[in-house]
Each structure stands twice: as structure tokens, then as C-alpha cells.
Design a protein around this ligand. Structure first.
Ligand SMILES: NC(=O)c1ccc[n+]([C@@H]2O[C@H](COP(=O)([O-])OP(=O)(O)OC[C@H]3O[C@@H](n4cnc5c(N)ncnc54)[C@H](O)[C@@H]3O)[C@@H](O)[C@H]2O)c1
Ligand SMILES: [Zn+2]
Length: 362
């Protein structure tokens, strides 16, 4: 099936297209052909994704004349590390990746971030393509060129901005995604609706059942809308000197909650959902966000199967401590993103005391 028109990320000579649609994986080779600088590609993926979609990706690339080497990285966030990266470099050397080769990331955000940083740095930079296979990766991490790895002391502390040459999102791949991962990705979708698109928000409210049933058209619409919104934000502010920070809506608390629970209790999207509920609550109290809208946001998150309440056993002080060590803070103040209305964000600098107070009121 042919996807409708591509979305463009406008970044001058580094502009690229995002193709969103059902069945897109089979067109990967055809779309890459006019962009590739050479006939060799390395397909970087994890064992689970390789078993599901590796063959289809290789077949599409081979039918367009590419010679494909597969590099497998074990599943899991712990492999998005300097040690994991070193293994990737060695494998790229073994399979003969050259300056003109293209690295293709087939997987979720872990594979995308690791591949992107490997591509940014191997041979001082080679081309790469994102083929995101999770909802989170399709609507968020595959777009915008943020790449990197974790250190033991914190997530994503080493990285580079390296834009892909192409993003190919196939919504059919989401069918095999564990339910929790799919629902988690929906938290990011709701985030886009709240901060940037009242029409997307209304669509989500009205079509929850179709999304629940993984309806192809509904998924295509939602992923396309989110990808287009992110593309626009990235084109305006590639290096997060201003606008791009709105994408962290719900993440101030979300990241803190993940850290405070040692990344064990929640998938990212679940922590973000609790963060979104908190952010709209703060917005009601401080930014005039209408309470009826806040209730709609919370109802939507809950109807999608996402949590919205902080667990009672986590103390506000622990969360504030975690917020204070998040890399986006500025000394003892945190840049908090609120909303005045659907689609209208507002930045506010909050002291850690004010945050703790807000957490107690939540
Ligand atoms: N670069 C960015 O801008 C950005 C933005 C947000 C998040 N991230 C990063 O993304 C990472 C999280 O990514 P994620 O949520 O995609 O998780 P993930 O990459 O760990 O994937 C989750 C799991 O799903 C499996 N999987 C992937 N696709 C599948 C499919 N189609 N069917 C069945 N199983 C599948 C994977 O094997 C993995 O076990 C984090 O490291 C985070 O820091 C980066
Ligand atoms: Zn997120």
C-alpha cells in the first residue's frame, strides 16, 4: 500500500522526509535508493524486532540493489550504553561499513538512539535512516535527530544531534507491540494534542475505540499528525534553544518518577501520563487552564489505559530531589511547561519549593 504524501522536516540541506503509512516497510529500499551514497547498508536491530521484521526489511533493501549486513544489539535500555556502542562500532568495522554506507535503525527508541549516535560518530559521521517500530519511536524519538547513550549516572548524557536522511514509519508494525508499550506511546500522542493540536485531541477522544482495535486508518492518522507536529517544532528549533522544550510537557515529573522508581515500576509513557495529569493540574491552578479541559485530559488518559495518579508510597521530597538532578534544571529552579488552553503552552520557572507544594496539592 502506498502512503499518502510524505511529511518534510525542513532543515535546509539536511531536510528529510517522514513516510507514515500501513505497509511502508516494503517500500524502504525504493525510498532509500535515490538518497543513498553507496550500495552498502547496515541494518541495526534487536533480536525481537529482527525475528519479526528483519526479513521484510532485508528483502525490500535487496530488491533495490542494496547489499545488507545485519548488526544485532541485545534488547533493552541497558545496551544503550558506551559498552553497547563500542560493540556496534566493532561490528560496523567487521561488516565493512564505509563512508558511503547507510546505517538503518530498525527498532524502538533504544535502537534509534544508539544507531543514530553510532552513525553520527563512526568514520566521523555516516548517513542513517530511522525505521521506528514502536509507537513512541514513530511519533517521537525517530524524528528530530537527538541521538545518544546513557551513562550510569544518568540517561542520554552523551550524544549528538545527527538528523536521519529518511524516516519510514509503518503502522502495521505496531500490531505486534506489547500492549503496555503501545498504550505508553499513547501518552506522547495525548501530549501533542494538549500542547499543539486541539483537533488531534478531539480526534483521540472520539476515536479511542478505533485506536484500541489498532484500526490502520486511525493509527495512520494519529502517527502522521504527531510526526508532522514534531517535524514543525524541530524545523523551528533544532537545538532546543526555545520552542522545542514544549515537547517536554509532562516530562518534568515523568522523568523524576522514572528515576525515583529506578526505571522499574513504569514504562516511560506511564510515567509521562502521570506527569501530564500533574502538569494540567498545575496549569489549572497557575495558568488559568479550564478545569473542564483538565478533566477531559485526565479522562482521555484513563480511557486509554494510562495511570494519572502519583502512587501514595512515593514522597514528594523524593520526586523534587529527582527533578533537581534532571539535566534540564537550572540550579534550584525548574523550567516548567504549562498550558493556558489546548494548543497554547506557557513556560514558567518554578523553585523546588513551589514544585514540592504543587506535588502536595496534586
Ligand atoms: N531521541 C529522542 O528524541 C528520544 C525521544 C524519546 C525517547 N527516546 C528514547 O527512546 C527509548 C525508548 O524507546 P521505546 O519506548 O521505543 O523502547 P524500546 O526501544 O526499548 O522498545 C521496547 C521493546 O519493544 C520491542 N519492540 C520494538 N518494536 C516492536 C514491534 N513492532 N513489535 C514487538 N516488539 C517490538 C523491543 O524489542 C523492545 O524490547 C529510551 O531510551 C528513550 O531515552 C529518545
Ligand atoms: Zn517522552
Amino acid at each position: 500500500m502506498q502512503s499518502p504524501a510524505a511529511i518534510r522536516v525542513e532543515l535546509g540541506t539536511r531536510s528529510y522526509e517522514i513516510r507514515v503509512g500501513a505497509g511502508n516497510l516494503s517500500a524502504l529500499g525504493r525510498w532509500l535508493e535515490p538518497l543513498a551514497r553507496g550500495p552498502r547498508v547496515a541494518l541495526l536491530t534487536d533480536p525481537a524486532v529482527d525475528a519479526l521484521y528483519g526479513e521484510a526489511a532485508r528483502a525490500s533493501l535487496a530488491s533495490s540493489g542494496f547489499s545488507v549486513a545485519t548488526v544485532i544489539v541485545p534488547e533493552g535500555e541497558e545496551h544503550k550504553s558506551l559498552a553497547g556502542l563500542a560493540r556496534v562500532y566493532e561490528r560496523l568495522a567487521e561488516v565493512g561499513v564505509e563512508r558511503t554506507s547507510t546505517l538503518i535503525a530498525l527498532g524502538g527508541g533504544v535502537i534509534g538512539d544508539l544507531s543514530g549516535f553510532a552513525a553520527a560518530t563512526y568514520l566521523r559521521g555516516i548517513d542513517f535512516v530511522q525505521v521506528p517500530t514502536t509507537l513512541l519511536a514513530q511519533v517521537d524519538s525517530a524524528i528530530g535527530g537527538k541521538t545518544g547513550v546513557n551513562l550510569r549516572v544518568g540517561k542520554n548524557l552523551v550524544g549528538a544531534v545527527h538528523q536521519p536522511r529518511l524516516v519510514v514509519a509503518d503502522v502495521d508494525l505496531l500490531r505486534s507491540l506489547p500492549r503496555r508499550e503501545l498504550v505508553g506511546g499513547m501518552a506522547e500522542v495525548v501530549k501533542y494534542g494538549v500542547i499543539l493540536s486541539p483537533s488531534l485531541f478531539a480526534y483521540l477522544e472520539e476515536n479511542r475505540d478505533l485506536l484500541d482495535a489498532l484500526d490502520r486508518d486511525a493509527l495512520t492518522y494519529v502517527v502522521r499528525e504527531c510526526a508532522a507536529l514534531k517535524a514543525k517544532v524541530v524545523a523551528e528549533d533544532e537545538h532546543e534553544s526555545g520552542l522545542r522544550a514544549i515537547l517536554n510537557f509532562g516530562h518534568t515529573l515523568g522523568h523524576a518518577l522514572e528515576a525515583a522508581t529506578e526505571y522499574r515500576s513504569y514504562v516511560h509513557g506511564e510515567a509521562v501520563a502521570i506527569g501530564l495529569a500533574f502538569a494540567v493540574g498545575v496549569s489549572v491552578r497557575r495558568h488559568g487552564f479550564p478545569p473542564t479541559l483538565a478533566n477531559r485530559v485526565i479522562r482521555l488518559l484513563e480511557s486509554l489505559g494510562l495511570p494519572t495518579c502519583l502512587p501514595a508510597e512515593i514522597r514528594p521530597e523524593a520526586l523534587v530531589r529527582a527533578m533537581a538532578t534532571d539535566k534540564k534544571k537550572d540550579q534550584d529552579r525548574v523550567k516548567f511547561i504549562g498550558v493556558e488552553d489546548l494548543g497554547r503552552t506557557r513556560f514558567e520557572v518554578l523553585s523546588l519549593g513551589e514544585l514540592e507544594e504543587a506535588l502536595r496539592a496534586a
